[in-house]
Design a protein around this ligand. Structure first.
Ligand SMILES: NC(=O)C1=CN([C@@H]2O[C@H](COP(=O)(O)OP(=O)(O)OC[C@H]3O[C@@H](n4cnc5c(N)ncnc54)[C@H](O)[C@@H]3O)[C@@H](O)[C@H]2O)C=CC1
Ligand SMILES: O=C(O)C(=O)COP(=O)(O)O
Length: 528
């Protein structure tokens, strides 16, 4: 009997769809231990943001074929662990967009007119018409950080309210911003100019604590901050201090670094000018019906052997073709992520070259997997195999697909990604060895032979005595353990590349020191 576990509150419409193909057990509020103890009985799992699907849970899920996230963010799912186990992860990229946008706007208006505090004061018997004098949004400047689906809708409504809208989004083209009648600004300028800042970007290693004490201090003392995106993007202690000390005029927060928000959180001590809601951005009847139906249909389809339309980690292909291409898709995505970090930002052209036996595979899934890897730094959970091509097109990435079956560099063929960007051209090549292991075989013009690992460091340098030793010693001094090291060069004492697989991430402060080593021309930390 096919069984599906629903471990967070899901609209009945979704339960009804699942019941067409499976026994559905609704068990919310499970402890991590309880979830690990029961997940082995289930073929499908449906969640929202409350359930933590850890590697331990996935390890225990012997029968699990699909995890359905009824919403956008899958940061509560160990997606790499699911992919390694061949468990499809799907989400609903658009089902709660309007709900989240409207909650951000509701918080902006509530902040401006002190609604919650005025309500509490009146309910307590007060009649205070002085303390709660507010401000208008009309003709004020809104700064949107992350001009994606939700950020774009917030911008549209804000403009209808008579606001001037600016945005910071390093991955959005000027044409798209112009279409939305939004000015693109660098982040520091946006925070300095805005009367309101609203965050609508994913939580990624690059956005962790993006809004810190220093950035908050650049805001106008009359400015207000709203976060309906993800916790962890704002340093919560810094925010509590900034509101308490009137560095900014107020803030409204819906999401938190760790949820539920701790009882002793510094945010709970701020009595005025701060509004807190318990992750309600998607909590409307309409959104919950949307996401429940969207994801339940995908779970049903996958359990019936059909492709999923919003697969986060595996393309919408039949499971049989998937099984055949899985290592090749993982290689393409890994090379894409690697290339995006070597290119350092907006890629304008991508060539995907299928060489040797690779040329016999369908190209589109590999192109899509490469694009997913390239865009994953920008889009986090929102990028998947279904929307990667569209998102790339919207970001002005021109894709070239080349099949070169004459190439004989590796028995199983190889895949080469080459990029053009304002910061130069780069290329990476990889192959899938007979044991199924992925290998990076060239970086730019240099031959290497590296197994991708979670933390890596790539350097371009002059081939000279001592440089390898210096880098090794420096990493050791900062407790960064080297798993493997490879040097690629064309001529002795010429230009060279070094590839290190690391057990630990490179702290930003260490990267600056690495750049200062004599002979180092470039250094790129990569997290896969
Ligand atoms: N509070 C809630 O209940 C909800 C929260 N969310 C969260 O809202 C966020 C946005 O969701 P969507 O608009 O659907 O995603 P989206 O993918 O459509 O838009 C995200 C945008 O952020 C941009 N971005 C990525 N890194 C950036 C950076 N470092 N600086 C500036 N911009 C950056 C991307 O280019 C993209 O345009 C997601 O993190 C999602 O999890 C979504 C729904 C409900
Ligand atoms: O869709 C998202 O990313 C959300 O944050 C919504 O979270 P929820 O489903 O309301 O727990």
């Amino acid at each position: 009997m096919t069984k599906v576990l629903v471990s967070d509150p899901i609209d009945q419409a979704g339960i009804d769809i699942l019941s067409q193909v499976a026994q559905v057990d609704v068990r919310t509020g499970l402890s991590p231990e309880q979830l690990v103890g029961c997940i082995g009985d289930y073929d499908g799992l449906m969640i929202r943001s409350g359930t933590q699907v850890t590697a331990e849970v996935i390890e225990a899920a012997a029968r699990l074929r699909i995890i359905g996230r009824a919403g956008v963010g899958v940061d509560n799912v160990d997606v790499p662990a699911a992919t390694r186990r061949g468990v499809i992860v799907v989400n609903s990229p658009e089902g709660n967009t309007i709900a989240a946008a409207e909650h951000a706007l509701a918080l902006m208006l509530s902040l401006s007119r002190h609604v919650p505090h005025a309500h509490a004061s009146t309910m307590a018997g007060g009649w205070d018409r002085k303390t709660y004098v507010g401000n208008e949004l009309y003709k004020k400047t809104l700064g949107v950080v992350g001009l994606g689906k939700i950020g774009s809708h917030v911008a549209r409504v804000a403009r209808a309210l008579g606001m001037d809208v600016a945005a910071y989004d390093p991955f959005i083209s000027a044409e798209r911003a112009q279409l939305l009648q939004v000015r693109l600004l660098p982040l520091p300028q946006l925070f300095a100019e805005a009367d309101y800042v609203s965050l609508h970007l994913p939580r990624t290693p690059d956005t962790e604590n993006l809004v810190n004490a220093a950035l908050l201090a650049t805001m106008k003392p009359t400015a207000r901050l709203v976060n309906c995106a993800r916790g962890g993007i704002i340093d919560e202690q810094a925010l509590a201090d900034a509101v308490e000390n009137r560095v900014i005029a107020g803030a409204a927060i819906d999401v938190y670094a760790k949820e539920p928000l701790a009882a002793d959180s510094p945010l709970r001590l701020v009595k005025e000018r701060l509004i807190l809601t318990p992750h309600l951005g998607a909590s409307t009847e309409e959104a919950q019906e949307n996401v429940a139906i969207d994801v339940a249909e995908q779970i049903r389809d996958v359990l019936l052997g059909l492709p999923a339309r919003s697969a986060v980690n595996i393309p919408g292909l039949t499971p049989e073709v998937m099984e055949l291409l899985k290592p090749h898709l993982q290689l393409a995505e890994t090379l894409g992520l690697l290339l995006s970090q070597l290119a350092g930002g907006q890629i304008s052209e991508l060539e995907v070259r299928l060489q040797g036996e690779f040329a016999s595979h369908p190209a589109q899934p590999l192109v899509v997997a490469a694009l997913k890897g390239i865009l994953s730094a920008a889009l986090g959970d929102s990028i998947n195999y279904v929307n990667a091509s569209l998102e790339a097109k919207e970001r002005g990435i021109h894709v070239l697909e080349v099949k070169d079956d004459a190439s004989r560099d590796f028995a199983g063929g190889s895949l080469q990604l080459s990029s053009r960007s304002p910061r130069g051209n780069h290329s990476v090549t990889g192959a899938v060895f007979t044991d199924g292991e992925l290998r990076v075989t060239t970086i730019d013009e240099f031959p290497v032979n590296v197994t991708p690992s979670r933390h890596m460091l790539f350097t371009r340098h002059r081939d000279m005595p001592g440089i390898i030793g210096q880098l090794g010693s420096l990493l050791g001094e900062h407790n960064v353990n080297i798993a493997s090291m490879q040097v690629g060069r064309r001529i002795v004492r010429g230009d060279a590349v070094m590839v290190l697989s690391l057990d630990d991430p490179i702290p930003p402060s260490l990267l600056a020191v690495i750049h200062d080593i004599n002979g180092i021309q470039a250094a790129h930390p990569v997290t896969l």
